[in-house]
Design a binder for this molecule. Structure first.
Ligand code: 3HC
Length: 292
């Protein structure tokens, strides 16, 4: 039996919507974490979020002062990828959902990281076999997919590619458990994994009903919340995960397949062009005063 990889140091690349919360979640659960982004202002926001979140959790009685202080001193922020990933046992890449960019990042990480380091992508849809050959360690490459908001949502999808070694999968599942998550294993790769395939089916139907003028987006959300018991409706969720993400995922798929069925729906294109990307821009389907 192959040896498990001992994971103590985690590097998160990309401190945006997902990355900053993945990093903080790892720090709260006892890992040493370095969070990296090329944009200083995004790192600054991540740092401020960590400070506010930790102190609010202490005030709410959800976290002991000791754990909060431990987490704050275990997490650091840098724009220097070498500094961030040089001693990592596990890297979670959470950069924009663009294949070329992810391949570039993985190739750089392969140069920087020690040979034992696992390189995992938090991609929502892209399977790691599209990225693994940008490295000389395909056996150490897999998907580790978190859900938004990553500090709250328990699920992590770990996806084994044909190139992924068994010990990579086992060590990644263990790291997810240690982060307080519930990991599920996909034994083989499939576009969109489990949750996003199911979510896409719901979302496509909701967007179709809206585009046909059958009901307002508010009423479709109410129907899903009160008729199916989901915590949020599909339009509220689009605002949370980002309309820009939905747009670029559909466009990447469409570019690859050439199938018009993969194009984003008209209302997603309209909102994307207007810069109404959801919570992060203060407006999506709904308004979010002061970028709440
Ligand atoms: N960041 C961190 N914590 C948050 C948060 C955020 N953005 N929003 C809410 N929380 C925490 C609150 O602090 C609170 O914690 P506590 O109960 O321990 O004090 C808890 O979540 C509940 O918050 P609220 O009472 O303010 O609000 P709600 O009860 O309405 O919950 C929600 C908010 C957790 C976002 C809930 O509406 C929910 O679960 N929505 C569905 C989210 C979902 O489906 N996510 C998956 C999206 S798909 C995806 O991520 C795939 C990717 O590839 C795109």
């Amino acid at each position: 039996m192959k040896e498990m990889i001992k994971i103590e140091n985690i590097c998160v690349v990309g401190a945006g919507n997902m990355g900053h919360q993945i990093a903080l979640c790892a720090a709260i659960n006892g890992f040493k974490v370095k969070c990296c982004d090329i944009h200083e202002e995004i790192l600054q926001k991540a740092k401020e979020f960590a400070d506010t979140y930790l102190s609010e959790r202490v005030d709410k009685g959800k976290l002991s002062r000791e754990v909060a202080e431990g987490a704050r001193s275990s997490i650091s922020f840098t724009t220097d990828l070498k500094e961030a990933a040089g001693d990592a046992d596990l890297v979670v890449e959470a950069v924009l959902e663009k294949l070329d960019l992810k391949r570039r990042v993985f190739s750089q990480l392969d140069e920087i990281c020690p040979p034992h380091t696992i390189l995992a992508t938090n991609s929502s849809y892209i399977v790691s076999s599209k990225i693994a050959d940008a490295t000389k360690r395909p056996g150490k490459v897999c998907n580790m997919h978190f859900f938004n908001p990553a500090l709250v949502m328990k699920l992590v999808e770990v996806v084994k590619g044909p190139h992924t070694a068994e010990e990579t999968v086992e060590s990644t599942m263990e790291a997810a458990k240690k982060m307080g998550k519930i990991p599920v294993l996909l034994q083989k790769e499939i576009y969109g994994f489990l949750v996003n395939r199911i979510l896409t089916a719901i979302r496509s139907e909701a967007l179709c009903l809206y585009d046909l003028g059958v009901a307002s987006f508010e009423d479709i959300d109410k129907a899903v919340v009160h008729g199916l018991g989901h915590p949020m409706g599909p339009f509220q969720l689009l605002d949370l995960t980002g309309i820009d993400l939905s747009y670029s995922v559909h466009m990447e798929r469409y570019r690859e397949s050439g199938d018009p069925a993969h194009k984003p729906s008209p209302v997603i294109v309209e909102k994307f062009v207007k810069g109404e990307w959801g919570r992060k821009t203060g407006k999506g389907f709904y308004d979010y005063p002061q970028n709440s």
